[in-house]
Design a protein around this ligand. Structure first.
Ligand code: FFO
Ligand code: GTP
Ligand code: K
Ligand code: MG
Length: 459
């Protein structure tokens, strides 16, 4: 594996716990000199002589000056997270102490770790494959039970093993083709082409399943943006507040109350919705700030995964609603038409007959809010594959899998057209190459640096 990385032999150091005051702060070192560097600051014991996975309490001391009373954890390579010597220093939770301890180690020969560098080393030492390393970053960023679950599943190698299955099928295919190539002089078709076809079809099916899981994966990882749009006074801000169960946005009977967009998150059934309350849209306004706000409403609407078009049931007729509906549809938006203020006596029945998909609510009283939530979840899950299996959550993996599928299609077409085995072997190799790109078997240093740079420092 790559050893060209600059500073690969260095011993690195970083604060592993969040900066700022906590009860305890953990400073982590990894590298060949980690134990020696800390040992020089730890007079009460010879750490180099201690076994791996042991704890040691004592004073951390530099130039006869005590820095802190600490607990030292020893992990001797290769039995550690990174596969190198790892030492963790648990200090008292003062940023001042952390800085002093880190400075003392820097003077002893360590250097500050780059973001993700501990995990990068774990990867380079074969402790994790790339999908598992990326899942570590996802786990840290996870903010719903679902995103936590998929990240943890991927750290344990769920996605890797799905790829391994795929890989084995392709290798089996290659082997059959190679066999044929060995006998090519005799001009025989050794490999049973219908068997080959079945193998490729199965691989295509598996790749497709993984690709289709990405839509759900993306939802799980990044959430769903929901723009609440409509005319002034439709009750958009009231609806946002009802969703959040708090007075987040200003509500008033004055049209044009909301000027700028307001964004808040809401977890419904494990899906993270990013709700955006927008300025009410009206055709004619002389107010400059309001018209800027309206422009922004349109922009948020275009970018949203889901649009809630909210209207006051007393202020709209069926014709107008049909026009609005057609307009949203034409823009290719996923939208829900929601009639608000259905609490008071109203013309609901007429509207309902006109447009059966309308959801009637009262944002003010909370009437049918649960129905709306259900419809939002339905809309998200509508075209997603429900699966207990592996879910692709990473755009990099998704794009590589698309390349895998393309190569498989080439193989399939090649079989149909009875192209020679050596050409088929090339397509298969390309396929294996893209699979290897996902797990990190074939990657450039630049690509790795890019992936790990998105981690936080100390990870
Ligand atoms: N204190 C601490 N907690 C942590 C981490 C860490 O680095 N330090 N981790 C960092 O993400 C996670 C745990 N990951 C780890 C993975 C492997 C090993 C390790 O020492 N593995 C050895 C020994 C196993 C054994 O003896 O049972 C090995 O696999 O050989 C340690 C932590 C979460 N909690
Ligand atoms: N009766 C009734 N009144 C409501 C309901 N929802 C909102 N309102 C009232 O409608 C008025 C406008 O509500 P807002 O939430 O400020 O409306 P908005 O769509 O955010 O308005 P702008 O920000 O100005 O575009 C307020 O007086 C609310 O109390 C409802 O379900 N029933
Ligand atoms: K208003
Ligand atoms: Mg408002």
């Amino acid at each position: 594996m790559s050893t060209k990385l600059l500073g690969w032999d260095d011993t690195i150091i970083a604060l592993a716990t969040p900066p700022g005051v906590g009860a305890i702060g953990v400073i982590r070192l990894s590298g060949a000199k980690a134990i020696d560097i800390v040992n020089d600051l730890f007079p009460s014991k010879n750490l180099a002589a201690q076994s791996s996975h042991t704890l040691h309490v004592g004073m951390l001391t530099q130039n006869a000056q005590v820095l802190d009373e600490v607990v030292i954890s020893l992990f001797k390579g290769p039995r550690s997270y990174t596969g190198e010597n790892v030492v963790e220093i648990s200090c008292h939770g003062s940023p001042f102490i952390h800085q002093q301890v880190i400075d003392a180690c820097l003077q002893g020969g360590a250097r500050l770790a780059k973001p993700g560098e501990f995990t990068q080393r774990a990867f380079l030492n074969g402790r994790l494959d790339l999908t598992q390393a990326e899942a570590v970053a996802d786990l840290i960023a996870s903010n719903t039970a679902a995103s936590h679950k998929t990240a943890l599943q991927n750290i344990r190698g769920g996605f890797s093993s799905a790829l391994r299955d795929l890989r084995e099928q392709l290798i089996q295919f290659s082997a059959l083709i190679e066999l044929e190539l060995d006998f090519s002089q005799e001009d025989v078709e050794f490999a049973d082409r219908s068997k080959l076809k079945a193998l490729v079809e199965n691989a295509m099916y598996q790749t497709n399943t993984l690709l289709q899981s990405f839509k759900l994966g993306n939802v799980i990882k990044n959430g769903v943006t929901v723009a609440i749009v409509g005319k002034p006074n439709a009750g958009k801000s009231t609806l946002l507040n009802a969703f959040l169960n708090e007075d987040r946005a200003i509500v008033s009977e004055i049209p044009g109350t909301t000027r700028d967009t307001i964004e808040e998150t809401l977890n419904i059934d494990g899906i993270l919705f990013r709700l955006i309350d927008t300025a009410g849209i009206r055709a004619h306004t002389v107010d400059v700030i309001e018209s800027v706000g309206i422009a922004k409403s349109y922009q948020k609407m275009q970018q949203a995964d889901i649009v809630i078009y909210l209207f006051d049931v007393h202020e709209v007729n069926a014709d107008e609603l049909n026009t609005i509906s057609a307009d949203l549809q034409q823009q290719g938006l996923h939208y829900l038409l929601v009639g608000n203020k259905a609490d008071a006596d109203s013309n609901i029945k007429g509207l309902y007959a006109a447009i059966p998909n309308v959801i009637f609510i009262s944002a003010k009283s909370g009437l049918h809010l649960e129905v709306l939530k259900e419809r939002m979840v339905d809309l998200v899950l509508k075209d997603t594959v429900q699966s207990e299996n592996v879910i692709v959550t990473n755009a990099r993996h998704f794009h590589a899998l698309q390349e895998v599928l393309k190569s498989l299609e080439d193989v399939y077409n090649g079989l149909e057209q009875r192209i020679p085995g050596d050409l088929l072997a090339l397509d298969i190799r390309r396929c294996l190459y893209f699979l290897g790109e996902i797990t990190g078997e074939v990657t450039s240093d630049d690509q790795l640096d890019y992936i790990f740079s998105k981690f936080c420092i100390g990870k």
